[in-house]
Design a protein around this ligand. Sequence first.
Ligand SMILES: C[S@@+](CC[C@H](N)C(=O)[O-])C[C@H]1O[C@@H](n2cnc3c(N)ncnc32)[C@H](O)[C@@H]1O
Length: 207
Amino acid sequence: MAETVKFWDRLSERYYRQPIADEESYRIKLEVTQALLRPDMEILEFGCGTGGTAIKHAARVRHIRAIDFSEAMLEKARARAHAAGVDNVTFEREDIVDLAMPDEIYDMVLGMSILHLLEDPDAVIAKVFAMLKPGGHFVSSTACLGDTMGFFKLIAPAGRALGLLPIINVMTADALVEKFRRAGFDIAHRWQPGKSKAMFLIGKKPG
Ligand SMILES: C[S@@+](CC[C@H](N)C(=O)[O-])C[C@H]1O[C@@H](n2cnc3c(N)ncnc32)[C@H](O)[C@@H]1O
């Protein structure tokens, strides 16, 4: 795991500077998410990276707890929030895999570009389901490489061993939807701007 954290630490500077790859899709994802936000909401974002998304939502909610296991990412996120005058996002170093939370405390959980980077996404999806209040939403965006780049399954272990790739979980869009359903979520929104683009998936906890 330490090697994976180092991978993301190394990438943080580039990640911070690089422009959003698909601005139009990103704008739509923000808009759909913001239609669900209310001023009294308590939100968790995991794998927050350099904080751009949390900062964009911050003015519409009470508080966002944004976690990432890379301190280098978090340093940039804190600087970005400070520059934007945002003071209701707390950035904390945590691994979502180890995070222990009481049940039913968040109104929304965000996991953007992260589920495919976990060894066991099912365990994390189940954890998110437990920490959401009834009626709460899990907003996610996930590269579903199993649909277009299944060969990653073969090269990912070698890439990881050489320190060139992080953990990469190769799954199809349908398999991810099935994981949400198995955890107990209703599917509130499913959108993929193109076959090779990340799938934007919102699960709603019944209630
Ligand atoms: C592809 S980046 C996405 C960042 C941001 N969510 C975005 O959409 O730009 C993945 C982020 O997840 C973090 N990450 C990966 N695995 C993690 C884990 N198990 N717990 C917490 N953060 C993790 C990495 O450090 C990195 O900042």
